[in-house]
Design a protein around this ligand. Sequence first.
Ligand SMILES: [Zn+2]
Length: 418
Amino acid sequence: MPLNASKLADAVMARCDELAACSEDEHRVTRRFLTPPMREVHDRLSGWMKAANLEPRVDNAGNLIGRRASTHLDRTLLLGSHLDSVPNAGRYDGVLGVLIGVAIAEAIIDESLPFHLDIIGFSEEEGERFSMPYLGSSAVAGRFDQNWLARTDRDGNTVSDAIRQFGLRPEDIGDAEFSTDHVIAYVEPHLEQGPMLEQAGLPLGVVTGIAGQSRLRLEFAGTAGHAGTTPMLGRSDALLMASEFIVEVSSLGRQTTGLRATVGRVAAAPNAPNVIPGRVELSLDVRHVDDLVRERAINDLLATGNRIAKAAEGIFSVLETNANAAVSMDADVSKLLIASIHECEQRPLELFSGAGHDAVVMAERFPTAMLFLRHPGGVSHHPDERAERDDVAVAIEVLCQFVRNLAKQHQPNQVSSS
Ligand SMILES: [Zn+2]
């Protein structure tokens, strides 16, 4: 392997361990938006950035950005991911992508680039503290809604308070925006959080698109009654209806290629051992890269819910619906990423992401691509989350190649192809 990718990968792994200690909880990794451990993360990362000849700054959305400025073009390549975590998280989700970015800057420290190189650690992707994901990347993409500043966490602090307590100015959050012209591309390295690369025996994947997602709150209403005196025949049991429905959801998910359909939460009322359930509320999460397939699945499942309720003399209702459309990654940037993987004598797997990422928001505004790393065991949002050092080394090698290829396209005497 050329360059010192292997040594840099060792440093990335050690730094992931070091940042895992920056946590709100003593024995587990929990790092929500702009809580005190985030400052520790910024301090350590800023030191590593400076050593990689990157100039760190924190914008007013709490994103940490280390820049290697170029004198040629006033345009930038953004590389990175997020620094926040879910409660009781693993040590790689998000952080790994930022640290790989810093490793790239270290690897090419002596090479001059025709554009700025920005390594970004987004302040918030998971949406844990304010039940609102992508706060950091939304500010960079100019999609931050000023009304979000008034959202409160469970302690009554607003987003605005959190930003101010971190020493930043919420009133100037608009300054965090990058203009469309300024950004050549955003590339996010991230753990796959799924089994596809491991099954294919490959270290790296290029994301074609991020699945659209619908989230619904549904309810089956039947008739509550005495568990001992009500005959079995003719009961209108809401939990039984919900159970039939859940089986149908899973069945449609298995029959439809690429569909993910999940009932993750069920609440029965009155939820007593000796009462026939009269009412059941349930969640439904449906995802697919093709919005039409997702919408058709929702329609089918709602029809199924109605049919089940009717047969049991119950009522089926939709209480709430949220939906995000699928997002495609940029074809040109992804193509260059794939070419860079081949040049490093690796075979890429093209795959879609079932999970949301900062790339969802960034792709609305900038040419965006994602590089997935093999995820041994596929367990994520969990302390058992793992990453392989050798895969990290390959990712560093590939992304260095990518940066050099992009630099060739943007040499001052070349016609820009982005
Ligand atoms: Zn993540």
